[in-house]
Design a protein around this ligand. Structure first.
Ligand SMILES: CC(C)(COP(=O)(O)OP(=O)(O)OC[C@H]1O[C@@H](n2cnc3c(N)ncnc32)[C@H](O)[C@@H]1OP(=O)(O)O)[C@@H](O)C(=O)NCCC(=O)NCCS
Length: 163
């Protein structure tokens, strides 16, 4: 029996040519997905935009992605998504590690995000990672015809605790 090479994971800058694969995942993962234009605008604006790949070259498979906007001192996570069949194997944690490393490198030591109040799974993932729920944004998200849903505002400090 020949040894199988370990599948390699890589986090690489998200490119326009990746958007077809991104949109496939986006549409599977959300009832209210971002549009192609939302991603194009985010790339044009120079937001932090990263893609998680498994494998190399022609065989490479997109597993997830995240996009974040830099503020003066902070980073605002706008989208983090894992392909549905790949959820629950630590890939969001891996991407959050990348986001934190990138934020630290840029001197942005506070991370903010909004999450739908009904998205219990994502709220749990963020809480386990160390985010705290710090506020509520009323009627922040579209939620079907004529309806809106509240967002929970969450935050994570990357400051080293004073010793
Ligand atoms: C939310 C999402 C990004 C999480 O991705 P994931 O790869 O499944 O998450 P992970 O496997 O990295 O899990 C991270 C942590 O949360 C825990 N967790 C994952 N799913 C959980 C669940 N359903 N209930 C409780 N804990 C859960 C994991 O155990 C892990 O904790 P640990 O590392 O301490 O063991 C993914 O489910 C997703 O893409 N959902 C659809 C899109 C979405 O809602 N994005 C967020 C918008 S704000």
């Amino acid at each position: 029996m020949s040894a199988q090479p370990q599948a390699t994971l890589a986090v690489l800058p998200l490119r326009l040519v990746d958007l077809d694969a991104v949109l496939l995942i986006e549409q599977q993962a959300y009832a209210h997905p971002w549009s192609h234009g939302n991603f194009v605008d985010s790339l044009a604006a120079g937001y932090e935009a990263w893609a998680l790949w498994e494998g190399r070259g022609q065989q490479a498979r997109l597993l997830g992605y995240f996009l974040a906007m830099q503020g003066v001192d902070e980073m605002h996570l706008l989208n983090i998504t894992v392909q549905p069949a790949q959820q629950g194997r630590g890939l969001a944690r891996l991407m959050l590690d990348e986001l934190c490393a990138r934020s630290r490198a840029l001197g942005r030591l506070q991370i903010w995000l909004e999450v739908r109040e009904s998205n219990a799974r994502a709220r749990q993932v963020y809480q386990r990672y160390g985010f705290a729920e710090v506020g509520l944004r009323r009627a922040y998200y579209p939620a079907g015809p004529g309806q809106r849903e509240d967002a929970i505002l969450m935050s994570l400090s990357l400051e080293e605790p004073a010793t």
